[in-house]
Write a protein that binds this ligand. Structure first.
Ligand code: NDP
Length: 477
């Protein structure tokens, strides 16, 4: 007997999307001059018009942030700053459903994830950093570590509000003020967050949000009034930022791309491992920098595990992101869909075998079925390049050493996973893997107390945990 799920759509009546948005500068919404549309990637419905920030908008935002830094924020005690962060965290919890629905509409990710993962983690980041605000003397950075001043923060579209929280919460807790630019396709939750700043009566200018495109981001990076840059996005733009600030005194953290290896040894519990693999690559449509996008299987269990994985993948529900039963939502943009399609075609052309379960994809919006490629070799583009979509490349190995060599044979070094019953094997493997985060018998687990970041082309610095505070502070005495 099979069960069909009845539609269970979350109501969108809780969100109030304005026809047009300005920038949030010095505590107020100010109208922009030029605008661009933001759409729902599941339906292509235009949701709103977003302002395209230019140099003069960035200048005003930086000026407001500088003024707020010298006049109010740097004068407050850590305890007082902490109160604002706690207040923001509580408002985020109160308005969680509104944020979850808005994020799903603008990004295309399932409501199940925005409701249960993104927004609770956003609040957790503010609570965690609120706790640090009056304890910075104990962060291991000497007595009275000092903020840098104005932080320029540029975030991507895959976890819009969560990336904002990763950047704004530590900046504010450490006494910096902020000029933030959300991604072009997902500005709405950042603009709703601006309302939360007003509601929390955060002093004007402490958080400024300038919406726009890559040129707006570049204007923030190059602005002489910015002291620290925090960027999450592609390795390509990360390198451009590194070149732009070379020779200046600007500090930077860069969270860039990844091609995470998920290694399965032949003693791993296979059913549990299948769940971890699915979570590793199909969570958030695979739009995850630390996704387990390369599955590296020990030969003896490869066939059995791939069969189990296919059975499980056939149960992934693809469709309306607002439906509470949906597992895999829409691809965030047409541009990203084209990139995924191009790399999948390259996989076919280079000789890997593609498989997807039967699923009906809507003609409207941007969709890509969950996909695995078997018979992948190290030389294939789908083994080397970040696809950033629901596509898994499967490789095999015979000896543990070969698994490690394959896992580390990448220009990236952000994440990895190890599946084995033996603790000693896990400890051995984690010590050999050149990745900032290594999960053992699980994948894609996030917590504000845990530092996150990469090696090699995956970036510089760490965000989260005690290590993440260091990026926002000058060492004290
Ligand atoms: P980008 O790196 O272009 O975008 C990230 C952020 O940087 C966005 O806010 C973007 O603005 C901004 N930006 C773009 N150009 C500049 C610039 N010259 N100076 C400063 N800021 C800039 O990523 P994309 O959105 O184009 O995605 C491309 C690929 O990057 C994906 O396919 C994926 O592989 C990877 N990626 C990785 C992420 C990660 O978490 N590591 C996150 C997102 C993407 P705007 O949105 O307006 O272009």
């Amino acid at each position: 007997m099979t069960f069909e799920y009845a539609p269970a759509p979350e109501s969108r009546s809780i969100v109030d999307i304005k026809a047009k948005y300005g920038h949030f500068i010095d505590g107020k919404f100010v109208p922009g001059k030029k605008h661009f549309a933001t759409i729902n990637p599941a339906t292509e419905e235009v949701l709103s018009q977003i302002s395209l920030g230019g140099q003069s908008d960035v200048d005003k935002a930086v000026l407001a942030a500088q003024k707020a830094y010298t006049k109010s924020w740097s004068k407050l005690s850590g305890k007082e700053r902490g109160k604002y962060l706690y207040r923001i965290a509580r408002i985020l919890q109160e308005r969680a459903r509104e944020f979850a629905v808005l994020e799903t509409l603008d990004n295309g990710k399932p409501i199940r994830e925005t409701r249960d993962i993104d927004i609770p983690l956003v609040a957790a980041h503010f609570f965690y950093h609120a706790g640090w605000a009056d304890k910075l003397d104990y962060a291991g950075l000497g007595k009275s570590p000092q903020p840098h001043g104005v932080a320029g923060q540029i975030i991507p579209w895959n976890f819009p509000l969560l990336m904002l929280a990763w950047k704004v919460a530590p900046a504010l807790a450490t006494g910096n003020t902020v000029v933030l630019k959300p991604a072009e396709t997902t500005s709405l939750t950042a603009l709703l967050f601006a309302e939360v700043c007003q509601q929390a009566e955060l002093p004007d200018g402490v958080v400024n949000i300038v919406t726009g495109d890559g040129s707006t981001g570049a204007a923030i990076v190059n602005h002489p009034g910015i002291h620290k840059i925090a960027f999450t996005g592609s390795t390509d733009v990360g390198k451009r930022i590194a070149r732009a600030i070379a020779g200046t005194s600007k500090k930077a953290t860069l969270e860039l791309g990844g091609k995470g290896a998920n290694i399965v040894f032949d003693d791993a519990p296979l059913d549990e491992t299948v769940e971890g693999i699915v979570n590793g690559i199909f969570f958030n449509q695979g739009h995850v920098c630390c996704a387990g996008s390369r599955l590296i299987l020990q030969e003896g269990i490869a066939d059995e595990l791939i069969e189990k994985l296919k059975v499980r993948m056939a149960k992934i529900r693809v469709g309306d992101p607002l439906d509470k039963n949906t597992d895999l939502g829409a691809i965030n943009s047409k541009e990203q869909l084209l990139k995924i399609q191009e790399l999948a075609i390259a996989g076919d052309a280079e000789g890997a075998q593609r498989w997807s379960p039967a699923c009906t994809l809507s003609a409207k919006g941007f969709w890509f079925a969950p996909t695995i490629f078997t018979g992948v070799t190290q030389a294939h583009r789908i083994a080397r390049e970040e696809i950033f979509g629901p596509v898994l490349s499967v490789l095999t190995f015979r000896t543990p050493q070969e698994a490690i060599e394959k896992a580390n044979n990448t220009p990236f070094g952000l994440s990895a996973g190890v599946w084995s019953e033996k603790g000693s094997r896990i400890l051995w493997a984690t010590q050999q893997l050149r990745a900032g985060v290594v999960w053992a018998n699980t994948f894609n687990k996030f917590d504000p107390t845990s530092p996150f970041g990469g090696y090699k082309e995956s970036g510089w610095g760490r965000e989260g945990g005690k290590h993440g505070l260091a990026a926002y502070l000058k060492e004290g005495k």
